[in-house]
Design a protein around this ligand. Structure first.
Ligand code: HEM
Ligand code: HEM
Length: 188
């Protein structure tokens, strides 16, 4: 029930999937809004701190998710998928897993490389140390570009992925979306 079954996702996978999905959707919108040039600087500072706190939360959950994915069983594909479809969905899932790690890590790197040296307060509770990276305007600009490119790349892939899930549900009427929404595996 908690773990994945031979053809069903367990609750841990399902809960991690939707929590991370909601966090990432929010972080994409927040990241876009807080970097608009006409934003009030005081509001911008607060939004950056919220973005970093939720971003670190996404990173922690994505790391747990990656370990869970590597250690656990992968349910068989839904019946009726062709071999190219199975390969394509597997490739997109691997890329999504990698990007959910790489995007926050590049965010952490850009905050660490900044010459402003602003600490990352995790929800005002603890300070998360910077990564041991050289601080310079060039390094910060490079990590900022990497973070933005990977984040918007992730957004594009999520749209593709969600579109495929909706296509399966509403056009092909198969179990692809439903099995990521509820758990039918009873013996694990
Ligand atoms: C999955 C997690 C994350 C997502 C989806 C995400 C997404 C984004 C997006 C879309 C932007 C706007 C890019 C632009 O238009 O220029 C942005 C900017 C930014 N992010 Fe993230 N981010 C994540 C995690 C993090 C983390 C963990 C940190 C730091 C600890 C961080 C720090 C920043 C900073 C400082 C900026 C502003 C960069 C600038 O000065 O232009 N992000 N993020
Ligand atoms: C940031 C957003 C998202 C990320 C990072 C993400 C990531 C992933 C990953 C890595 C998997 C593979 C799961 C595994 O094999 O353990 C997966 C599966 C799945 N996702 Fe997402 N997802 C996101 C959003 C969505 C949305 C919005 C939908 C639906 C509208 C969706 C529907 C599904 C479905 C139905 C599966 C199961 C596919 C199958 O049966 O193999 N995902 N997702």
């Amino acid at each position: 029930m908690l773990r994945n079954g031979p053809d069903a996702f367990g609750w841990v996978t399902i809960l991690l999937h939707w929590t991370i999905a909601i966090l990432i959707a929010g972080l994409l919108v927040l990241g876009y809004v807080m970097t608009r040039p006409d934003i009030d600087p005081v509001l911008q500072f607060d939004l950056f701190q919220w973005h970093k706190s939720f971003g670190f939360t996404a990173l922690g959950l994505a790391a747990i998710r990656a370990v869970w994915w590597l250690a656990g069983r992968h349910p068989a594909s839904v019946a009726g998928l062709s071999t190219p479809e199975r390969h394509a969905s597997f490739a997109v899932h691997i890329l999504l897993l990698c990007l959910t790690l790489a995007v926050p890590v590049t965010g952490w790197a850009l905050a660490s490389a900044s010459t402003l040296d602003i600490p990352s307060f995790y929800f005002n509770l603890v300070v998360i140390p910077h990564l041991p990276l050289a601080k310079s305007a060039v390094a910060e600009a490079l990590w900022t570009t990497a973070h933005a490119v990977l984040a918007y790349g992730l957004a594009g892939l999520v749209l593709l992925h969600a579109g495929a899930a909706l296509h399966h549900h509403f056009i092909r009427h198969d179990a692809v979306l439903v099995r990521m929404l509820r758990n039918r595996w009873r013996d694990g």
